[in-house]
Design a binder for this molecule. Structure first.
Ligand SMILES: *Cc1c(COP(=O)(O)O)cnc(C)c1O
Length: 397
């Protein structure tokens, strides 16, 4: 199907539901699935994705900051919302108003929050961060217990859970196990009813790490660093562009800025309607490939702001306007965000969250989506345009 865009992203609700089903099975009944929807649901669109997830039935959401949490509440999201990043003092108001659950590390944060909570006469639940080896939030050892003793005495603040975060769950099973054991030890000492430490990679390496909550982002969107898991997941997002021009370039023709590629024996070179200004990494110049009619076409020369060039010599009957797949499936072939990431020397998270907001998001097979979900541009949710293609009534499709 051809859309009236130069480049667009398609988000598949059916793939999202399939991933949720798989993750639920992996985690078992006693572990809860908290959907991580920070950074505009990893570029997939905060509101459409969260609404669909709430409808399918996840157990809660995690966001990066209170603004994202507030946006969810404004769109009728009822489930618990955990705020992962440390909040600024002026953000506590929003935390209380939107009934968010912040992760805190220090007594100072708790005290600032307690002052407001008392004014509002509203008990605020927080989760306490412990640093078991990530080094980004939380304290450890003596310092941790000192803060804990003070925080637990505050009225209007209830420490409802213990939070930690794995640093190398995708690469270092030994360090991960060590962090896990440290976490369990602290948890036992504090006697808190709830604890959570695992991300996607952690539950991929050992589902038991998902106790009591698994905070899952990447796997929800259909990606995993583990091949055994990758084969069970379905990438939710695909990214398309079009061929706007193609020409036969004779031997010796330099291609794009700096002439970093020179045609050797003659090539049919096509111009594709996407560039680094859209979030397609410039680092992929002369490295990556795109798919045209299910065939790999290498990128030639440097990627420019709004266009890139590919070799289509081996593709028959290409037409102007032909659809090019940057991410996702094209006939038998597929490009994963992790493939592109590897070629660009980065991680799939950066590829997904880097897709510019000027790229329209098209939602397919979303059961709960109506066009009213078009979020305002300042909501932290994406969408320079949104097309509702098909409202599927199937449940759990
Ligand atoms: C982003 C994030 C997650 C989710 O990580 P994935 O690898 O995407 O599953 C979980 N916990 C915290 C604290 C995070 O910042």
């Amino acid at each position: 199907m051809s859309l009236p865009f130069r480049s667009w992203v398609e988000i598949d609700g059916r793939a999202l539901r399939s991933n949720v089903r798989f993750l639920r099975k992996l985690l078992g009944k006693e572990r809860k699935l908290v959907a991580v929807v920070k950074s505009d649901a990893y570029g997939h669109g905060l509101i459409p994705v969260a609404s669909e997830l709430e409808r399918i039935g996840v157990d809660g959401f995690a966001v990066a900051d209170p603004q994202e949490g507030k946006t969810l509440r404004e769109h009728e999201i009822q489930l618990p919302i955990l705020v992962l990043g440390p909040c600024l003092k002026e953000e506590w108001e929003e935390v209380i108003e939107a009934r968010l659950c912040p992760v805190i590390s220090t007594f100072q944060e708790a005290q600032e929050l307690a002052v407001l909570a008392q004014q509002r006469k509203q008990l605020v639940h927080v989760h306490l961060a412990i640093d078991t080896g990530m080094g980004r939030e939380g304290l450890s050892g003596e310092a941790f217990f000192r803060e804990w003793e003070k925080i637990r005495k505050l009225s209007w603040i209830r420490v409802a859970g213990l939070f930690s975060h794995f640093a190398s769950s995708d690469s270092d099973p030994e360090a991960t196990r060590h962090q896990w054991e440290t976490f369990l030890m602290y948890r036992k000492k504090l006697g808190l009813p709830l604890g959570h430490i695992a991300n996607s990679a952690a539950i991929g390496s050992n589902p038991a790490y998902g106790q009591d909550w698994a905070r899952v982002g990447l796997a929800l969107y259909g990606l995993s660093p583990f091949p055994s898991l990758q084969s069970r997941l379905r990438p939710v997002l695909s990214w398309k562009a079009r061929i706007s021009l193609f020409r036969w370039m004779p031997p010796g023709s330099p291609i794009s800025y700096g002439g970093s590629y020179v045609v050797t024996c003659g090539e049919r070179i096509a111009t594709v309607t996407v560039g680094y200004g859209d979030g397609y990494p410039r680092a992929l110049s002369n490295r990556a490939y795109v798919l045209v009619k299910g065939k790999r076409c290498p990128i030639r020369g440097r990627i420019t702001m709004d266009e890139l060039l590919i070799d289509i010599s081996h593709i028959r009957s290409v037409r102007r306007g032909e659809v090019v797949t940057l991410l996702g499936k094209s006939q038998g072939e597929a490009i994963l965000a992790s493939d592109l990431a590897e070629m660009a020397g980065t991680i799939p998270y950066e590829i997904l969250t880097g897709i510019s907001l000027r790229i329209p998001r098209v939602y397919r097979n979303f059961s709960s989506l109506t066009c009213e979900f078009l979020p305002p541009m300042n909501s932290g949710a994406s969408l320079s345009g949104c097309v509702l293609e098909r409202v599927s009534k199937e449940r759990g499709g």
